[in-house]
Design a protein. Structure first.
Length: 388
């Protein structure tokens, strides 16, 4: 496939790439969806918070942390389209949010918790552990990799039974990079009497979010993936009717407080990534969220097409959803541990990707962000056959 110069940014792309100068030189980082990356300006803001903490820990933890978290919480809530004046709990990640949510819902023996086979494994584990404790069961909706939005909704809703109490549904899946129609699924499930938990690990920053309109029972999203916030930073929102039932798995000084303080004050835990959340959001807004999304989606599509050409795969058979800046390619290999192949691609090609294993199949998942360019995907496509 002919190399394409970067068509998605103007003359300022080099300047934008330079803002991520902490990335490994000469290495193509095509796995932003794995752990996220922050620009140096946001990392410096986090360090300023850390310096304040280290300069006078008593002042920081007793007098600065709570108001700083409240300010950050309001900024994140506004970014996520929460109801006016609302706040979100700033937690470490979505797994924490899901653990809090499934631990707070009423479950009894014989109830069912609905998940899908595209769900993130640790979130599914959290649901399974809660179900075991309550004598409930977990039911898995199995969705083909290339199912469209209508088919996804039909399969999920068709899995609901009179015993379905809770549904854990992804917004954008991690292993398979699919966008689920949660705008349709949330109200449809709630109309059937099902409590809905949305795992939105990849949504903040990748796609617009309007919690006020969506109105799930529980929602968790990562800020350190597509929101440019330092690791580890997640947001958790619960409908007001559930907030009195919320319990932090870790008993700490927020135990007697109300939402969101009861979920985010944990002893001397380093909260500086979350305190820097407004700065990460401001960075995204300064670049222009729509411009960023257009660049990322087009570049992910370009990378998928380059890989498909290199491996003689028909692009029409590959999954891809509007607004999603990650793309997949099924791999014709069978490795016991996908991390071996991931490491080989990194070591031999100088390219970082994700190699998830899903339903016995090995997938290659690429991400795209503002610091990436077409030549990096061309490098991966040119060398992928030699690695496989």
């Amino acid at each position: 496939m002919e190399t394409l110069e970067n068509p998605f940014w103007g003359d300022d792309w080099t300047e934008i790439r330079a803002l991520f100068d902490t990335l490994q030189p000469g290495h193509a980082y095509l796995n932003h969806g794995g752990f996220g990356n922050s620009p140096r300006t946001v990392l410096l803001n986090q360090q300023q918070w850390r310096d304040r903490m280290n300069a006078n820990a008593t002042r920081f933890f007793r007098r600065e942390l709570a108001p700083g978290m409240a300010t950050a919480s309001r900024a994140v809530a506004e970014f996520l389209g929460a109801p006016a004046g609302d706040q979100v709990a700033l937690v470490t990640n979505v797994t924490t949010a899901v653990t809090i949510a499934v631990g707070s819902v009423p479950l009894a023996a014989g109830d069912e918790v609905l998940v899908t086979d595209h769900g993130y494994l640790t979130s599914t584990w959290a649901a399974e552990r809660r179900a075991r404790e309550a004598g409930a069961s977990v039911v898995t909706a199995r969705i083909p990799l290339t199912a469209d939005a209508a088919q996804i909704a039909e399969i999920v809703l068709g899995t609901v039974t009179p015993r379905t109490k809770v549904a854990l549904i992804d917004h954008i899946t991690s292993s398979t990079a699919r966008r689920f129609p949660i705008e349709e699924l949330v109200p449809a499930l709630q109309e059937r009497g099902v409590i809905v938990i949305v795992d939105a690990a990849h949504a903040p920053g990748m796609v617009p979010i309007d919690l006020a309109s969506l109105s799930p029972d529980f929602w968790g999203g990562n800020l350190h993936k597509w929101g440019y916030v330092p690791r580890s930073a997640g947001a958790f929102w619960a409908a007001p009717k559930w907030r009195s039932t919320l319990r932090n798995p870790i008993v700490s000084w927020g135990e007697t407080e109300q939402f969101p303080t009861n979920l985010q004050e944990i002893g001397t835990h380093d909260a500086t990534s979350r305190l820097a959340a407004p700065n990460g959001i401001a960075f995204l807004r300064a670049l222009g969220p729509e411009r960023v999304r257009e660049h990322n989606v087009k570049l992910a599509e370009y990378g998928q097409a380059a890989l498909a050409s290199a491996l003689d795969v028909d692009p029409a058979t590959l999954p891809g959803d509007p607004g999603v800046s990650m793309r997949l390619l099924p791999l014709p290999v069978a490795e016991d541990d996908p991390r071996d192949l991931q490491g080989e691609i990194s070591d031999r090609l100088g390219v970082e990707v994700a190699v998830p294993k899903w339903n016995g199949r090995h997938l290659l998942r690429i991400s795209a962000n503002v610091y990436n360019a077409p030549a990096e995907y061309d490098r991966l496509a040119a060398g992928i056959r030699s690695v496989l």
